[in-house]
Design a binder for this molecule. Structure first.
Ligand code: PBG
Length: 327
């Protein structure tokens, strides 16, 4: 055969494959989402997220220790309050679970980068991501509530805030609030391109945040849309976002690539609860090889252009990276 170009040449041994590998990974790019709750001595497993727990402040150290040991340096904090109300006032309670967790971690784990999810849905009695006006979420009224929540996180020691509500104008509103209070150096990682997705199902069980009526389609994006995703991303750049996120990850990697090519900001993508749950369920049945699937999913996110990868598998992935199973 007269074949000059033989792509298989560079695939012929592990050492060559490793040498020419195009995607390199590092544990410093992993972000681990973690759920904090009021009360004491609580470490309760989330049924649809086996291996994931809600922690009370006095029980979180064991996880933070093993994450630190594995080399995971970045935590995305979610709060699950005891009491919820119409406007979600628990979101900016200085003694809420997130705020207390932040103060504790700031003191005991200063090497960790603490990022907070900023949204109302865990705190509202109706489970929507903002203040209601009738049965609609009132965009502009919600901006002030989100800004208050973001400010209270910064005051409690957050290194970065991450609004996930999908209200219009929230990045600008949060930026102004932080700046006006002396937090000009706290970056905003915007859930810029967040789709209304069934992949969030297990999270809503974890956070008890499913909407009491209707759905989130009037604020989260229609999953058929691509141009609209670009519009959202560019708007957030204009409003002052420091990092852009696409969410979920696995079914939306086209958006990661497009936005990566169109902007200069670091890109994050969030492999959400439904992705984790599907892998866990299939692996528990012996239908897939969990370790290899997790590595493949992560590599595809980085290959698509993600600089940061948010995943419930962060600790495992850090280990796989060290062991050379990925990257
Ligand atoms: C809050 C929020 C959600 C997730 C992250 N932030 C739920 C939602 O929008 O309904 C989902 C995360 C996951 O599924 O892992 N708005």
């Amino acid at each position: 055969m007269d074949l000059t170009v033989r792509p298989r040449r560079l695939r012929s041994s592990e050492k060559l494959r490793k040498m020419v590998r195009e995607t390199r990974v590092d544990p410093s790019t992993l972000i681990y989402p973690m759920f904090f709750t009021d009360g004491t001595d609580i470490k309760s497993e989330i049924p649809s997220l086996p291996g994931q727990y809600r922690y009370s402040i006095d029980r979180m150290d064991e996880k933070l220790d093993s994450l630190s040991e594995a080399g995971v340096r970045n935590i995305l904090l979610f709060g699950i309050p005891e009491k919820k109300d119409e406007i979600g006032s628990g979101a900016w309670n200085a003694n809420g679970a997130v705020q207390r967790a932040l103060r504790h971690m700031k003191e005991q784990y200063p090497h960790l980068c603490l990022i907070t999810d900023v949204c109302m849905c865990e705190y509202t009695s109706h489970g929507h991501c903002g203040q209601l006006c009738g049965t609609e979420v009132d965009n502009d009224a919600t901006l002030e509530l989100l800004s208050r929540a973001a400010l209270s996180h910064a005051q409690a020691g957050a290194d970065m805030v991450a609004p996930s509500d999908m209200m219009d104008g929230r990045v600008r509103a949060i930026r102004e609030k932080l700046d006006a209070n002396g937090f000009t150096n706290i970056p905003i990682m915007s859930y810029a391109v967040k789709y209304a997705s069934a992949f969030y199902g297990p999270f809503r069980e974890a956070a008890d945040s499913a909407p009491a009526f209707g759905d989130r389609k009037s604020y989260q994006m229609d999953f058929h849309n691509r141009r609209e995703g670009m519009k959202e991303a560019l708007l957030d750049v204009e409003e002052g976002a420091d990092i852009l996120m696409v969410k979920p990850a696995m079914s939306y990697l086209d958006m990661v690539r497009e936005i990566k090519d169109a902007t200069d900001l670091p890109m994050a993508t969030y492999s959400v609860s439904g992705e984790y749950a599907m892998v866990k369920a299939a692996a528990a049945n012996g239908w897939i090889d969990e370790e290899r699937i997790v590595c493949e999913m992560a590599a595809s996110a980085y290959r698509a252009g993600a600089d940061l990868y948010i995943t419930y598998f962060a600790e495992e992935l850090a280990k796989y990276m060290r062991e050379g199973k990925i990257g």
